[in-house]
Write a protein that binds this ligand. Structure first.
Ligand SMILES: [Zn+2]
Length: 311
């Protein structure tokens, strides 16, 4: 079998891996120049593939990607209309498939857990998401599906970075949790959150959770509200997709069972149509920063299978 290559382009680092008899990987600082980025990717792939002909290359990158592998806009790098799929195909003379990095991560976590239908939410600066149906990324029209962070969970609610009001991201991202923690601290000078974090500018996604564990009332309100909104988003996802699992990634997921157990209880009390069916699992992502690279390889693997099956 010919080896598959994967690429995960990040705002800071780019990872490249080749899966043949063994798996080998490398990483480099992402150049803020399209031509140099293509050059570096090709150089690493050629090095890691040891002269073997590749079956194909999968790419995960930030931004909105169309089905031909063209990226409209890559945030952090300010690349516009970047035809990365065609450029890599031309340089490497092999098949190339490109997807959004959140889709790639969802695919990798789904395969890792042996699910065929799952949804992943990454709770970070925003809420990233990927939908896997039948073991494949759900791409939607023009490849732009799976913006679950912008599902509206509160009509006319809090302002979201996208310009709309009441999006899941405005309540369930790590940034939203931090903003609510700060608000609660300012409203209650006696809160134990001040002891844990005397500098309000240093508040992170852990402060409210840690203070709640110590019995702080203001922190408990922050965490309960966070769980209510994140849980509402998860119930909507379960009612629409009926996945085997909802996989939670990002820094907030490090709260582990303390968060996941309560999310499960919240959803169990509100879910619809599971009387005689297994409940969707709510679990923590396991692959961390390697999910994007593994997912890029899984993508090109199934795209190659599809191509080989064609008459
Ligand atoms: Zn939004």
């Amino acid at each position: 079998m010919r080896p598959f290559a994967g690429v995960d382009i990040g705002g800071t680092m780019t990872k490249v891996g080749v899966l043949g008899e063994n798996f080998e990987s490398a990483s480099f600082c992402t150049p803020h120049d399209k031509d140099r980025l293509i050059l570096e990717i090709c150089k690493e792939i050629l090095k890691l593939s040891h002269g073997k002909t590749l079956e194909g290359v999968g790419v995960g990158c930030p931004g909105a990607v169309d089905p031909n592998g063209k990226v409209d806009f890559m945030p952090n790098l300010d690349f516009e209309d970047f035809d990365i799929g065609a450029l890599l195909k031309r340089e490497l003379q092999t098949n190339v498939a490109v997807t959004n990095d959140a889709n790639a991560a969802a695919l990798a976590e789904c395969k890792r857990n042996d699910f065929s239908d799952a949804v992943m939410l990454t709770l970070g600066t925003g809420v990233g998401s990927g939908i896997i149906i039948g073991g494949k990324i759900y791409e939607g029209a023009n490849g732009k599906a799976a913006e679950l962070g912008h599902m509206i969970i509160e009509a006319d609610g809090r302002r979201c970075g996208c310009g709309m009001k009441g999006c899941l991201e405005a309540y369930a991202s790590a940034s939203a949790l931090i903003a609510q923690t700060k608000r609660a601290m300012e409203a209650d000078r006696s809160s134990f959150m001040w002891e844990l974090c005397p500098d309000i500018n240093a508040v992170d996604g852990k402060v409210a959770f840690e203070a709640e564990k110590l019995g702080d009332r203001a922190a408990k309100e922050v965490v309960e509200e966070y769980i209510k909104y994140l849980g509402t988003g998860i119930i909507n996802i379960c009612n629409i997709f009926r996945p085997e699992a909802v996989i939670i990634g990002g820094g907030v997921s490090n709260q582990g069972e303390y968060l996941l157990g309560r999310l499960r209880n919240f959803c169990l009390a509100r879910e619809y149509g599971y009387k005689n069916a297994p409940h969707p699992q709510i679990i923590k992502a396991r692959l961390g920063s390697l999910a994007g690279l593994y997912g890029a390889i899984e993508l090109i693997k199934y795209k190659s299978e599809e191509r080989n099956e064609r008459p």
